[in-house]
Design a protein around this ligand. Structure first.
Ligand code: PHE
Length: 446
């Protein structure tokens, strides 16, 4: 069985795939705007603490279970269960993860479709197709449905090709490109008038915000979503890591890349917003906060790019290419979760599973497109604010309370022979046993 499963061919391949999953719209869009509306560096600070203290341990829990079991999330949780009750819980948690990640993909594909449409808009304008350009940027169900389906087709295409030839190959191509485009955009935007006000808004903390309870909740939700936790993506990617890999080190590199890219993305989005302000674009909403939702990406920034003249065409192209790449390397990790289950437990071929499940998600997505107002926010909230933290809680319970401690250590020690005496083993077990589940519950109850 193990021989027929895919495996990442190198540490670099895994790092690109896992950080590709982690780095997505959550980093480039969610993090900077969350920071902007929650007191700038006060949010940044809280986020850093929560990401390292809670999200990294939870990430490790998933990677370790995955690599130990070398199978899909339901089977993996079952393999560390200890009796009929915990086996039933394993099925429930694994299945809820599969359903949740499919719903996350269904709304993610819609937003990613917008990114693709906005990427084509400057091209259309460049070639004088102004009617096409205005159709691309107009919020219609047709446009949303077509680009969502296109984005899903890309995602399905990559997943059909398998772990090494699909996920690893594409992540290894796209992630370096993403980092390069992000850095180039930052350097350019920082030279524009008004950019420094954005840097100021981002990096000068408004500590009065620390008293705001929604700050911690937002930062925690952001950290969990950003590290793709709770739904089995990191578990399944962990199941494709070789036994010779040092998990604590590799996991911390993924966390560092994810957190680092989110923090750097703040240096693009906030300065860009203040450049837009200097150009006369409205960046504050009715209650005085910064525009943060879809309006930021699909109206404030395009308006800014539009004001930049010829350079704006290239900046817009680069920006929406960046967003599309970030989305795609995340969406493939989402689709991989149910596909791996169908292949391993449903005996389906990978090609068929990717097509079938991809088609189902596309249909769900279409229903959301056609009933956008009642459904979109509802699905986002339930999937990311209810289901994801709850599942993260259960992953901690499985690894720290149900799985035998010596078995956990044995798994970590593969690829990290002196794990027992290392710092990771001194701190991490306590964290996942007490601090993570309690903190998740506390924040959840709020
Ligand atoms: N981490 C991704 C992002 O930041 C989203 C994601 C969530 C990916 C859950 C996989 C699973 O955009």
């Amino acid at each position: 069985m193990t021989a027929s499963r895919g495996e990442f061919s190198s540490r670099f391949g895994f790092l690109m795939a896992a950080s590709g999953s982690a780095v997505g719209l959550g980093n480039i869009w969610g993090f900077p705007t969350n920071a902007a509306s929650n007191g700038g560096a006060a949010f940044l600070f809280t986020y850093l603490v929560l990401a390292f203290a809670l999200a990294y341990p939870a990430l490790m829990a998933e990677l370790i279970i995955g690599r130990h079991a070398k199978s899909n999330s339901i089977k993996a949780l079952q393999s560390i269960s200890r009796g009929p009750k915990t086996r039933a819980l394993a099925v429930a948690v694994g299945a809820l993860g599969i359903v949740t990640v499919s719903f996350i993909l269904s709304f993610y594909a819609i937003v990613s479709g917008w990114m693709m449409a906005f990427f084509l808009d400057p091209l259309a304008r460049l070639f004088g197709a102004s009617e096409l350009a205005s159709w691309l940027t107009r919020d219609t169900s047709w446009r949303n449905a077509i680009f969502m389906a296109l984005f899903m087709a890309l995602t399905i295409h990559i997943i059909r090709a398998g772990v090494k030839n699909g996920i690893e190959r594409w992540a290894s191509r796209l992630m370096p490109m993403l980092i390069l485009i992000l850095l180039l955009l930052i350097f350019y935007v920082l030279t524009l008038p008004g950019a420094m006000d954005g840097v100021h808004a981002y990096l000068v903390p408004d500590f009065s915000q620390l008293a705001n309870p929604s700050l911690v909740v937002d930062a925690m939700g952001q950290a969990f979503f950003s590290l793709s936790l709770g739904v089995g993506t990191m578990l399944i990617y962990g199941s494709y890591i070789s036994k010779g890999e040092n998990l604590p080190v590799t996991g911390s590199l993924v966390a560092l890349l994810d957190i680092g890219i989110a923090v750097i993305a703040g240096m693009l989005i906030l300065p860009a917003m203040y450049v837009a302000l200097a150009n006369g674009v409205e960046i504050f909403n009715a209650d005085g906060g910064l525009v943060a939702g879809p309006a930021l990406i699909v109206s404030v920034l395009p308006e800014l790019f539009g004001d930049m003249g010829a350079a704006g065409v290239f900046v817009a192209l680069a920006f929406f290419l960046l967003m599309t790449i970030a989305s795609l390397t995340s969406s493939i990790s989402m689709l991989e979760v149910p596909v791996a289950y169908a292949v391993e437990s449903g005996n389906m071929s990978r090609g068929r599973a990717a097509l079938l499940i991809g088609a189902i998600v596309t249909c769900v997505s279409l229903v959301i497109v056609l009933n956008f107002d009642p459904l979109f926010d509802f699905v986002v909230t339930y999937a990311t604010e209810v289901s994801q933290p709850l599942l993260g809680f259960f992953f901690c319970i499985f690894v720290a309370w149900i799985w035998r401690r010596d078995a956990v250590l044995k798994e970590i020690s593969q690829g990290c022979p002196n794990a027992e005496s290392g710092l990771f083993w001194k701190i991490w077990p306590l964290y996942v046993k007490f601090i993570c589940p309690m903190a998740i519950l506390l924040v959840f109850l709020q």
